[in-house]
Design a protein around this ligand. Structure first.
Ligand code: ADP
Length: 221
């Protein structure tokens, strides 16, 4: 694979929205751990009950479970895709080391780039409170852009609010972000793999900027 793109940023920074657009527009493969874990939580999966309780508390699912999911999709993507977008992974230093080991073993560490979608917490919290999602195809909407019939414009499924997009759980997710995920900014910066992007801009502008980086990484590595 030519590109492993890690999207980093606080909850609500727009990682999911931009990941959908990058994958649809540039043919990358989407690995969104939050969506994958929510699917497990709803299935008749042996881990369902445990994963559901962690998600609903706004904490992090254990590294081994997450890695099992991520590595499966990375291996699968490597067969057919030029690049992959990692949305929500890694989320801790231990997970970043895990990914680095995997890529180093394959001689691909220099194909990893991390983009930080930088956003003040106050703006992010406002966005999360107004977020609606399609439980079927995982598209993301904002309350003021929800279609009048309240259904997904791609698959017509009624939109819902995520169980963890409530005030108390949002607060917990930010706490986890600052404690466990934010140190990754320095981690990738030290390795010379980090690009910062101001995420307090219109969605289209962020996409243009991201797409520009992605095109150049796909071409020049
Ligand atoms: P957001 O970025 O808006 O917080 P996500 O959909 O990426 O939302 O993640 C939702 C939840 O899924 C997280 O709060 C966490 O419980 C779990 N999760 C997602 N990615 C990981 C990960 N890499 N490691 C552990 N837990 C994760």
């Amino acid at each position: 694979m030519r590109l492993y793109l890690v999207l980093l940023g606080p909850p609500g920074a727009g990682k999911g929205t931009q990941t959908h657009r990058l994958c649809a527009g540039l043919g990358l493969f989407r690995v969104a751990t939050g969506d994958l874990l929510r699917r497990i939580a709803q299935e008749a999966h042996p881990l369902a009950a445990r994963v559901r309780s962690v998600l609903e508390a706004g904490r992090l699912v254990d590294d081994a479970t997450v890695w099992e999911v991520v590595s499966h999709y990375l291996d699968r993507a490597a067969e057919t895709y030029e690049g992959v977008v990692l949305d929500g992974y890694p989320r801790s230093l231990a997970q970043a080391d895990q990914l680095e080991d995997y890529l180093t073993r394959r001689g691909q560490m220099e194909r990893l780039w991390c983009v930080l979608l930088d956003l003040p917490e106050t703006v992010a919290v406002r966005r999360l409170a107004g977020r609606r999602i399609c439980p079927r195809c995982e598209r993301i909407y904002n309350v003021d852009r929800v279609p009048p019939d309240g259904r997904c414009e791609v698959c017509a499924t009624p939109l819902i609010q995520r169980a963890d997009d409530t005030e108390a759980i949002i607060q917990k997710r930010f706490q986890v972000y600052w404690e466990q995920t934010a140190p990754l900014v320095q981690y990738y910066e030290t390795r010379g793999r980090l690009v910062r992007l101001d995420a307090d801009q219109p969605e289209d502008q962020i996409f243009e900027c991201l797409a520009g980086y992605v095109r150049s990484w796909l071409t020049h590595g």
